[in-house]
Design a protein around this ligand. Sequence first.
Ligand code: 48F
Length: 257
Amino acid sequence: MKEETISRIIVERYGIKLQKNLETDVVIVGAGPSGLVAAHDLARRGRRVVIVERKLAPGGGIWGGGMLFNEIVVQEEALDVLKDFDVRADRTEEGLYACDAVELAAALILGAVQAGACLLNGVSCEDVVMRDNRVCGVVIQWTPVELAKMHVDPLVIRSRAVLDGTGHPCEVVSIVAHKAGVRLDTPTGGVVGERPMWAERGEQSTVEHTRAYYPGLYASGMAANNVMGGFRMGPIFGGMLRSGRRVAEMIDHDLAG
Ligand code: 48F
């Protein structure tokens, strides 16, 4: 067994993977719960999906549960998503369900990848591609290059739709609002900004605010809530899972039209 053979296999396979995915149907920025469910559902519908995730480990805010107590609470309305990913959940008080955070994160990652989504971890989205008032791709860079602030030009993935699943900061929508200087489809024309904790309202608004905010650009999960000024909700995840499901339906519908 030659060391260089191992290296060659890795370099060749990653090169093929990247080349195959430089042009795709949907780029999802952020492998949190909403992005992973969206990726799974879109891939299941036959769409080509690339997820770019800044961190080494996909899963976003799932792993830590609430304040590192790695348990997750989910409402009954999202049980169908847990079932689709084979995640076990126990019924608890007030009709709420609970599952292991590590099981949920691992299952969503596995489900998205096995459904056919291409997950590029350690890769950050630092900008978007725009043509004729439409978002049509993302500008990507290795996270370590970003962290080291090295002066290295990025690469690009072109897509028919981009989903901002970056959580609290809604990074992609913010880039479009600030850098492209366009008006978003929000009451202020920009990012309204997330409000404080109110679990019930935040859960509702996460799903309601899941939609397109500019041609070619969608937001899900906490990103959608930040864009539209929804309340935060803490370690209850039904809204995130349903948001991912909802945005996948919307994007699939729009791409078919
Ligand atoms: O925040 P995150 O888990 O996304 P979400 O689907 O879920 C929110 C919940 O986890 C939790 C909650 C509210 O209290 O219930 O917060 O909205 O995951 C977002 C992912 O996006 C990655 C980030 O590392 C994380 O894994 N991310 C953020 N910005 C970028 C990015 C970027 N520019 N490029 C690539 N990945």
